[in-house]
Design a binder for this molecule. Sequence first.
Ligand SMILES: Cc1cc2nc3c(=O)[nH]c(=O)nc-3n(C[C@H](O)[C@H](O)[C@H](O)COP(=O)(O)O)c2cc1C
Length: 696
Amino acid sequence: MAIYPPSRRAALRNLSALLAASPLLHPQQDPFRDHTRVPRLDELRNAFDFEPVAHARLSRLAYNYTAYGAESEFTLRRNRDAFDWVQLLPRSPKPSAVDTTIELFGQKLAFPLLLAPSAAHSQLHPEGELATFRGATQAAKTPMIVSNNATYGLDKINAAAKGNLWWQLYPRQSVDDTRAYLDTAQTNGAQAIVVTIDQQSAYYERPFHDHNLTDSRPPRPSNVPNPYRVLQNRNWYIWSYFDQIRPLVKVPLLAKGILTAESALTCIERGLDGIIISNHGGRALDYSPSTLEVLPEIVAAVKGRIPILIDGGFRRGSDILKALALGASAVCLGRVPRWGLAAYGAAGVKGILTLLQQELMFAMAEAGCPTIASINPSIVRIRSPQPTVAPPVLRPPSLTPVRELVNILEFEAMAQSKLPPAVFAAIAGSNRTDLERLTFRSRLMVDTTKLDLTTNLFGESMFAPIVVGPAALQKRFHPEGELAMARGSAAAKAIQIISSQSSYPLDKILAASPGPFWLQSALQELDPPTSGAQALVITLPVNQAIDWPALTRFRRRVAVPIVLKGLLRPADAETAIARGVSGLILSTYGSPLSSIALLPAIVATVQRRIPVLVDGSFRRGTDILKALILGASAVVVTRPPLWGLAAYGAEGVQAVIEMLQSELARNMIMIGAVTPRQLQPDMLRPPLKAAASKSR
Ligand SMILES: Cc1cc2nc3c(=O)[nH]c(=O)nc-3n(C[C@H](O)[C@H](O)[C@H](O)COP(=O)(O)O)c2cc1C
């Protein structure tokens, strides 16, 4: 296909079109006012232009369903961020025409592009998948992978156009059900079967935020029949499922949701014909890496044995070219065709795909690549990643009931609205930069139906590895102060550490709650009360030498385990163990250091001889999971329950802790671990460093 205009006039025309498309000159669609003029299809210049039109045409609910990602939407953002880390290097000579065809599973495709499976297209347009398939077929017969959760049957979709159809399956535990699905798909023209194996227990906050704002949706489910209040319908997945279905599939069989070299190799061992690198468009485990950043290591492991498809954040022809340069065989588009469909039906699907196809041709020409086969890593350079931007915190209205808050940061916002500024200042803020740098490396197809977060500390069993930290004078935050904190912690089955500076006397606090507790004490106490505490916690003063002789004397005076809080140096950890300390809480409270960064060194020194706990800015289940992977026995959270306390009293404390427990449980399921003990250091990826691309 010709890329370059044959005449100067055509060149000028193209230049003016380019200028017209510039965001500086092109008025932006205002997605928040439906009376703004919706542009015509031929006025849209790139895929991004379609999203506001889709937004303008859809109900908030339907728009959200397409837009959202899991939890903090970190991975959703990172899918896009990663394209900025890869630069394309313009090359000469530029070919006057490019050939974009590829062969995939013996089939010739005009472009290395497919439609990723995505559910419920009739939410977007009355003709749903029928229109999507028509539009995709009109755009150079782009194959459509029809979702297992499509609104139309495959027979109807197949009849809607003479195009290429693949079909996606969510595993069914019953072989008979699976067989029935696969037979129907293959009878109705599925040219390949894609089995989606990620997203076991995902959770989306955006629609729940909207419920807070608009009363448009019921609150999040609270009575799920699982001790951790998480849905469990996809936990049974196991690799041998592929052995069962392989004989039932006569067409190429692919697995979708691969993010590690290890899972890619397992797919090859299991006889799969291809893989799709995917994090479900940021809709599975949050803080998973972007798909583009894991592509090179998977390509290196697969060594060309099977085709590698990829999806996640592809919006530009240049994005597609980058993935091809890094070794992908083809790219799948999830939200892009959904925007096209919502905006203009079949014509929109065709329109948005055609724009991407044209952009790809242009980018190939600029990179000096006349064919897909000529695209290689020498046309890209990988630069160090840019820091990701923290998600905005939405402020719920001040009367929102406690069970409708959707994440811990909303509790902070709620506490802020309830407290005088000077009081709130004492419990405001987080330092999560180091936590944000870490992304996960999940194990797929691990049966997690018997998920068990129980953790044993000092001979006592805890429901989950989350401990409520000590905080002084809690009456500042709520009239019932420590009494409410004790009740809330006990209701959430969490151990709490009672501060030595409580606003209520200890006997009153203990009378308020039947739950287990640890007690903060001081080295100077000659006769430290234990009052039934399972452990005594000594908080070390910040930036001062540790008084080891005093610790030894204290140790002799008490019979319960002693936990040191605030110790930061591995050498001190060694001394503490030698002096009979039973546990550590790594805490950088009062210092600018981050405890998650110091944790690996302490864990390496302690070697599980005593439990190492950690505190400091743990706000999400994913944060807690990261600490457990790095070897912490449990995480101590202090500000979050105080936010719950300030906002809602005991009920708020309980809700905060239960929210963290549920988030942790969901994330454990998706990382593929049944118990905290199964967590391994290689389940975290190291923070990205600048990497030079290999030039050929
Ligand atoms: C609204 C929506 C619904 C989806 N439904 C499915 C589905 O039913 N099956 C599936 O395997 N993946 C599903 N996905 C994931 C997509 O196949 C694909 O992995 C992802 O959208 C790619 O990222 P992108 O949207 O940034 O292109 C869905 C994605 C979205 C956005």
